[in-house]
Design a protein around this ligand. Structure first.
Ligand code: ADP
Ligand code: MG
Length: 304
């Protein structure tokens, strides 16, 4: 009889696993059943960014969770940001980053790099990472299938920074219905064919609305929306649409958190049931959010 060889470093782990451990694992799995049934064939849009994209171990855990959600029948769309990799490549190519009002000024040289890094390397790493865990994923950007049309942001002084002008999700439905996980980088062409870089939160929110998603989940580097930006104990666990608008007006959310709240508001107003801003540094944050009552991060709901 063939002996199954245990990996040498796993010996102790197996010895220490007691029946009690297994029982609690199985009960967690059993408690997930109503959630698995609730979300089967339902759509969830995930914005993947922050530390969970930079740290390799966290990245692998997130991609595994995505594969798991997809294998139990949840229709997932992943929109990703760029992380610090774009800056690293700009540096390597001697392009000095320029900022205006906290936003990157994207000239055509910078845009070339953004497009190569975002729609090339980063997108393919995510696609490959999901595939390795046994779900099939397809890498796209807003240009593919005319998924997103961009409009230049503001008066054009930020260069090729875009907003979402139109969304056409025709390409996504057959992919989702056949179990593929579309992984989308937030680059789109304007009507005159120029490539623009759009904030990935904004793209995720617009896609969630256009796809009639049950949930929009934004993975980031903070526990959620905080009343005081640097105080994790000031986490706001639940917010209604009207309260989210107040937070923007009162200036409690700044910087990168503003597009997140704005896209939650816009997607909820268009029928998405709930939007969640959760901490991608928490192991299995996605599974906790979808399969348990644990209620991590901040949940924004449509009832105002
Ligand atoms: P991501 O890469 O996930 O898009 P961003 O850096 O763009 O992350 O946005 C998240 C950042 O928003 C946080 O790290 C924090 O510095 C900032 N922020 C501003 N106001 C708040 C707030 N009220 N609560 C939480 N984070 C906030
Ligand atoms: Mg951001």
């Amino acid at each position: 009889m063939t002996q199954i060889k245990q990996p040498s470093n796993s010996k102790n782990i197996y010895k220490k696993t007691t029946l009690k451990d297994y029982s609690s694992r199985v009960s967690v799995l059993s408690e997930a059943l109503p959630y698995i049934q609730k979300f089967e064939n339902k759509r969830i849009v995930i914005k993947y960014g922050g530390a969970a994209m930079v740290d390799k171990k966290l990245q692998d855990a997130v991609l595994r969770d995505i594969a798991l959600l997809s294998s139990v029948g949840v229709q997932l769309v992943v929109v990703h940001g760029g992380g610090p990799e774009i800056n690293q490549w700009l540096e390597k190519l001697d392009i000095t980053p320029k900022f205006l009002d906290g936003l990157r000024v994207t000239d055509s040289k910078t845009m070339d790099v953004v497009e190569m890094v975002l729609a090339g390397r980063i997108n393919k790493q995510i696609v490959g990472g999901i595939n390795i865990h046994g779900s099939l994923s397809v890498g796209l950007c807003g240009i593919d299938g005319g998924l997103i049309e961009a409009r230049t942001h503001g008066d054009g002084s930020h260069g090729l920074v875009g907003e979402v002008a139109k969304v056409n999700t025709e390409l996504l439905s057959p992919l989702l219905d056949n179990g593929y996980v579309p992984v989308i980088s937030s680059i789109a062409n304007s009507a005159d064919g120029r490539s623009h870089n759009i904030n990935a939160d904004t793209v995720a929110g617009e896609l969630a609305a256009a796809l009639g998603a049950e949930k929009l989940i934004l993975l980031t580097d903070t526990p959620g929306i905080l009343m005081k930006e640097n105080d994790p104990s000031s986490l706001i666990e639940k917010l209604r649409l009207s309260e989210a608008r107040d937070l923007l007006d009162q200036g409690i959310v700044r910087g990168g958190m503003r597009p997140k709240i704005e896209c939650c508001i816009r997607s909820l107003a268009q029928g998405v049931k709930a939007a969640h801003i959760i901490d991608g540094r928490t192991p299995h944050a996605l599974l906790l959010e979808v399969f348990t009552d644990a209620g991590i991060g901040t949940m924004v709901t449509g009832r105002s």
